[in-house]
Design a protein around this ligand. Structure first.
Ligand SMILES: CSC[C@@H](O)[C@@H](O)C(=O)COP(=O)(O)O
Length: 382
């Protein structure tokens, strides 16, 4: 593995199109998404004019990743309100579009509460729609701020855990600007290390079956000029065994009250590997990802996705003629059943630290998490 550290991406450009934006053309308000199913081949906008279109975009992962789902959900409520649709119906459909990422329901709830409060306060529907939009915009802005603070706290923790610098970090799925109002969660920490000259290598898991690592994280790493290498998920074991990983950095879709972490399927095996090889396993997520109403890992609903995502390979940006169920090329015998959970759950004892915008929790315990959430609420209220 002598020469692999020489190569690095050179593009150094953010994506031209933001992951999400609100627009108000003469035909009426719309929510404009960067269609993530088309990356890295092309940057294409997907325009949603109503909540059902957004629900479809969420289900197909055109818009994805926990923090961005929260922002999208809030804007979705604002969109329904601004276009005069039934806001409660829209909120219900949006919240249920994907079950694991708690941020989606949190974002929807926040915009809906703003809408309702405005109505209850005597506002007309137009004013209530404006209040929902204001709530969505505030969430969007706060996520950007949280992202910057997570990067700071995460980098400080890395420097504490790995005093020698020259970090070789392994990440899974996609946690950068594509999932955030800012620069993301786990990826933002790696990016901060890169900017400080302390990132030696970002190892990027391809993240089967939908390849968020290969298609999106590698894309973001290249565009930021980071030194990165892509690996198949099942190559991670030999990489650890070769002593090439200094820390694992991942995001989270839901963190239960006991500190169990639901994240993209394949995260838990990395946590087991990290423990065996005495490597820190660090989770980076905003406080809104901690769900005090979910007591433990067993209570987290794990989204099960269609089997064709496993039995077929699809280059998402290239429609395949003669499409089977998922439009891809079959790689398994016809009728093969697939086990395709979108997420897995890592128990708190395998997590070295949870880094949030309010600081890091380590060791991960229910009481430390509860304290962090209480502190965060105080900061928000004051
Ligand atoms: C900061 S994003 C954290 C998680 O949402 C991310 O790691 C992940 O698992 C996303 O899954 P996805 O199915 O692509 O929405």
């Amino acid at each position: 593995m002598a020469d692999q550290y020489a190569q690095s991406g050179e593009d150094n450009r953010p994506t031209e199109i933001p992951a999400i934006r609100w627009d108000e053309p003469p035909e009426g308000p719309v929510l404009v998404l960067l269609d993530q199913t088309r990356l890295p081949a092309e940057e294409v906008e997907l325009v949603c004019t109503d909540a059902p279109a957004l629900v479809e975009a969420i289900r197909t992962l055109a818009v994805r990743g926990a923090p961005l789902l929260g922002i999208a959900g809030a804007y979705g409520v604002a969109l329904a309100a601004a276009r005069g649709f039934d806001v409660d119906e829209a909120a219900q459909a949006l919240s249920g579009a994907r079950p694991t990422a708690v941020n989606l329901a949190v974002g929807v709830r926040r915009a809906r509460a703003a809408y309702r409060d405005a109505l209850a306060g005597g506002g007309d529907p137009e004013r209530a729609a404006a209040a929902a939009l204001q709530a969505a915009r505030a969430l969007h802005r706060e996520d950007a701020e949280a992202s910057a603070r997570m990067a700071e706290h995460g980098l400080a923790l890395l420097d504490e855990l790995l005093p020698g610098g020259g970090h070789r970090l392994l990440t899974h799925c996609n946690t950068g600007a594509l999932v955030s109002g800012g620069e993301g969660t786990a990826f933002a920490v790696a990016l901060a290390a890169h900017r400080e000259g302390r990132l030696r290598r970002l190892w990027v898991d391809e993240t089967r079956p939908l390849l968020q690592g290969a298609r999106l994280t590698a894309y973001e790493a290249a565009r930021n000029g980071m030194a990165y290498t892509l690996l198949t998920d099942n190559a991670a074991g030999s990489l650890f065994a070769a002593g090439e990983v200094d820390a694992v950095l991942i995001g989270a879709d839901r963190i239960a009250a006991d500190g169990s972490v639901a994240n993209k399927v394949g995260s838990y095996p990395l946590a087991v590997l990290a423990r065996y090889h005495h490597v820190p396993f660090i989770v980076v997520a905003p406080v809104t990802t901690v769900d005090p109403d979910t007591p433990d890992g067993a209570s987290i609903e794990v989204e099960q996705r269609a089997g064709h995502e496993v039995t077929e390979v699809t280059a998402p940006q290239v429609p395949v003629a003669g499409a089977e169920a998922g439009g891809g090329i079959p790689v398994a015998p016809l009728g093969t059943q697939a086990y395709n959970p979108a997420f897995d759950v890592t128990p708190p004892e395998l997590v070295t630290a949870i880094v949030t915008e309010e600081g890091a929790v380590s060791p991960v315990t229910a009481s430390a998490l509860a304290e962090l959430c209480a502190r965060s609420r105080q900061v928000t209220i004051s």
